[in-house]
Design a protein around this ligand. Structure first.
Ligand SMILES: Cc1cc2nc3c(=O)[nH]c(=O)nc-3n(C[C@H](O)[C@H](O)[C@H](O)COP(=O)(O)O)c2cc1C
Length: 177
């Protein structure tokens, strides 16, 4: 299986990356081809809502989304990896997802497997309610097959994250897909 991991923290070596590294290690050990893309390093402009694409067709904007769209359409599994920012995903990841617009049907037809890796400073039981609801709604709408989530409560720094059980959970999820 071709696994594409969208690492959407601006910190390439932060807590999100700790989970991404472990997930990738597990998935590679399970025999999958894994590619990690640090989406915050990409030049991807927000969707302008012009709908010139008609929700399936060439986007009028040409930037790094051209290549990323091809990678997504060639993948079997998409992993969304994001720190919690104001109880949602990072703006960079949301920007990428909004740009799915011009390949909406193609992405849906792929029936991709998917997973969510996320970290947050807070450890309250409601910390990930909004993000998990958004992720599950994307799964439903885009006909993804959810393989699971790692919700890193109390993962405010890479040190806190490494000391938690979540890297192991991410590794196990990678092994299991
Ligand atoms: C702009 C911003 C917004 C954040 N919002 C939240 C939040 O809503 N809830 C929370 O628990 N932590 C929040 N955090 C903390 C991060 O989710 C947390 O520190 C995480 O470990 C950062 O991951 P990273 O090292 O991959 O960047 C926020 C941090 C930043 C910079």
């Amino acid at each position: 299986m071709r696994v594409l991991v969208l690492q959407a923290s601006p910190n390439a070596h932060g807590s999100t990356a700790v989970l991404v590294d472990e997930f990738c290690r597990g998935a590679r050990e399970a025999g999958h081809g894994v590619e990690r893309v640090d989406v915050c390093r990409l030049n991807v402009a927000p969707c302008t809502g012009c709908v010139a694409c008609g929700y399936e067709g060439p986007c009028v904007q040409h930037d790094d989304m051209d290549a990323l769209r091809e990678k997504i359409l060639a993948a079997d599994m998409l992993v969304l990896a994001t720190p919690l920012y104001y109880y949602g995903m990072t703006a960079q990841l949301k920007t990428i997802i909004d740009r799915f617009c011009s390949a909406n049907s193609s992405i849906t037809r792929r029936r991709l497997r998917s997973a969510l890796l996320t970290v947050a400073w807070n450890a309250d039981d409601w910390t990930f309610e909004a993000l998990a609801a958004h992720y599950h709604t994307l799964v439903r709408y885009l006909h993804w097959q959810d393989c699971g989530m790692v919700l890193g409560y109390g993962c405010g720094t890479p040190g806190m994250t490494k000391a938690s059980r979540y890297p192991q959970e991410a590794y196990q999820l990678g092994r299991s897909v």
